[in-house]
Design a protein around this ligand. Structure first.
Ligand SMILES: [Zn+2]
Length: 95
């Protein structure tokens, strides 16, 4: 499972996300956890693939799987929609 590092173009915040497959990460636009901006880019040079190290014990693999499940509970598309809805509300309140 690949972990990709992302960099926010607005505040330079770096964060990473674990994906079930490399293909799942394609075309995904993530929300920056720092400034909630959507102008994030994948830092391609920082790819790590779990299991590629070859020495993971079953316990470690289990821990990695739990971490993966935890991260996947955040759906990027839903995050973006929620944030956009919140921004829309703020705009409406500002008028
Ligand atoms: Zn940011």
């Amino acid at each position: 499972m690949p972990i990709y590092e992302y960099v926010c173009q607005q505040c330079d915040h770096r964060f990473d996300r674990l994906w079930p497959t490399a293909a799942a990460a394609e075309g995904q636009q993530l929300v920056c956890p720092g400034c909630e901006g959507t102008d994030t880019r994948r830092a391609v040079s920082q790819v790590t693939v779990l299991g590629a190290l070859g020495g993971l014990t079953p316990q470690e693999q289990s821990a990695a799987g739990a971490e993966s499940a935890r991260r996947q509970s955040f759906t990027p598309k839903e995050e973006i929609q929620t944030l956009q809805a919140n921004k829309q509300k703020k705009r409406e309140q500002g008028r």
